[in-house]
Design a protein around this ligand. Structure first.
Ligand code: CU
Length: 148
C-alpha cells in the first residue's frame, strides 16, 4: 500500500520500455532482407579489429548477413559443421578489399582482410556434387554489408 503513488509511473515506464523493444525488433526484422538468419554486426574489439565467426553447413552460412565497418580490419573465423559434405567460402570483390576462397574445416580458420568500399558483397560456397545443384543454388550464400 505504501507504494501506491509510485505504481502508475513504474507501469508507464515498463510499457514504454516494452514498446521501444518491440519497435527495435520490428525495425531489425524489416531491415534484414537477406536470408532467413539475423543480420550480425561485427564487434570492434579494443585492439581495433572487428571479429566475426561464420559456420557453414547443409546448405547455409550462419550468420548469412554480416555487417562490417569500412576501413577497419576484419578477423573472420570460419568453420564447418560436422559431416562429410565439403564446403568452402568464396568471395571475389578485390575492389572492396574482400577476395578469398577457403575450404571450411571443422577446425576454425582465420582470414584477415580490410573492407575498403561501402556496399553489399555476396559470398558463397562453390561446391557441387556431380550434376546436382550447386550448394550456392541450394542457399549457401550470404552477404557482407560494408557500412560507414
Ligand atoms: Cu557447400
Amino acid at each position: 500500500m505504501r507504494n501506491m503513488k509510485k505504481k502508475p509511473t513504474e507501469g508507464q515506464g515498463m510499457r514504454y520500455v516494452i514498446m521501444v523493444m518491440l519497435s527495435f525488433t520490428a525495425a531489425f526484422l524489416v531491415s534484414d532482407a537477406f536470408g532467413q538468419g539475423k543480420a550480425f554486426t561485427a564487434v570492434i574489439d579494443k585492439d581495433g579489429v572487428q571479429r566475426v565467426e561464420v559456420t557453414g553447413g547443409e546448405y547455409y552460412f550462419m550468420p548469412d548477413h554480416i555487417i562490417v565497418k569500412v576501413n577497419v580490419p576484419v578477423e573472420l573465423k570460419i568453420k564447418k559443421t560436422a559431416g562429410v559434405v565439403p564446403h568452402d567460402m568464396v568471395i571475389h570483390e578485390p575492389d572492396a578489399g574482400i577476395d578469398f576462397s577457403e575450404t571450411l574445416e571443422k577446425e576454425p580458420k582465420v582470414i584477415l582482410f580490410t573492407p575498403k568500399k561501402i556496399g553489399k558483397y555476396l559470398f558463397y560456397c562453390d561446391k557441387r556434387f556431380l550434376f546436382f545443384k550447386s550448394h550456392r543454388e541450394k542457399g549457401m550464400e550470404g552477404v557482407f554489408e560494408v557500412v560507414e
